[in-house]
Design a binder for this molecule. Structure first.
Ligand code: PGA
Length: 228
């Protein structure tokens, strides 16, 4: 059985009350695959405001998901209004997304900024999911997972072809020596099998499909079934 890696990204969605309901609902829907999940990392990357709430809700529901933030400061703690440092994130999460295309586009984060963030995350003991739109974008050393996300496929309902995604993923692996590379861009429960059955692709990175427990559970079940 292939060891899959699935990371859901809520982006800027969900209140604390909604976060708690999501955990409760998802825990019920995943109870039949609990054994498989002990060998399949599923990380849910949520807004900073939901991290503590989800952490406690996951513990109470006994569901084996890992928790990630979606961004981290390039500074240590200090006089940086509005920023959340890597040390602060590490207190409540084990993972962090760095370099998502939405951060690059709307917040003008450059490869240089992102390399600093990756270093800060690593120094704090966080594991990094580093996003790139292609196989030419630099990837800092020491990241755990790379997410290949063609910008035109994000939130559009249009996916890359599994064959092309696989070719780009292979090229990223060859250039970066990162062992785990996943695909993101309009992944759903209905198309996930086509991606995870490509031998180079180690998993998927759904945004929209991670928001609804029904859809996320469908996606996880379909991914597990396709790689059994
Ligand atoms: P999407 O987002 O699944 O909503 O297209 C993917 C992403 O942001 O990587």
């Amino acid at each position: 059985m292939k060891k899959l890696f699935i990371a859901g990204n809520w982006k800027s969605n969900k209140t604390n009350a909604e976060s708690q309901l999501w955990v409760k609902d998802l825990a019920t829907k995943l109870s039949d695959v609990a054994a498989d999940l002990s060998n399949t990392p599923v990380v849910v990357c949520v807004p900073f405001t939901s991290l503590s709430v989800i952490r406690y809700a996951l513990g109470a529901a006994h569901v084996s998901l890992a928790l990630g933030a979606q961004n981290v400061s390039k500074f240590d703690e200090g006089a940086y209004t509005g920023e959340v440092s890597a040390k602060m994130v590490k207190e409540v999460a084990d993972w962090v997304i760095i370099g998502h295309s939405e951060r690059r586009k709307y917040f003008n984060e450059t490869d240089e900024d992102l390399a600093i963030k990756a270093q800060k995350a690593k120094d704090a003991g966080l594991k990094v999911i580093y996003c790139v739109p292609d196989d030419k974008t630099p990837v800092p050393e020491g990241v755990e997972v790379v997410g290949y996300e063609p910008v035109w496929a994000i939130g559009t309902g249009k996916t890359d072809s599994p064959e092309n995604a696989s070719a780009v993923v292979s090229s990223i692996k060859a250039k970066t020596k990162v062992a785990t590379v996943i695909y993101g861009g309009s992944v759903t429960g209905d198309n996930v099998a086509t991606f995870v059955s490509q031998s180079a692709i180690d998993g998927v990175f759904p945004g929209g499909a991670s928001l609804d427990p029904e859809k996320f559970s469908h996606l996880i079940h379909a991914a597990l079934a396709a790689t059994k």
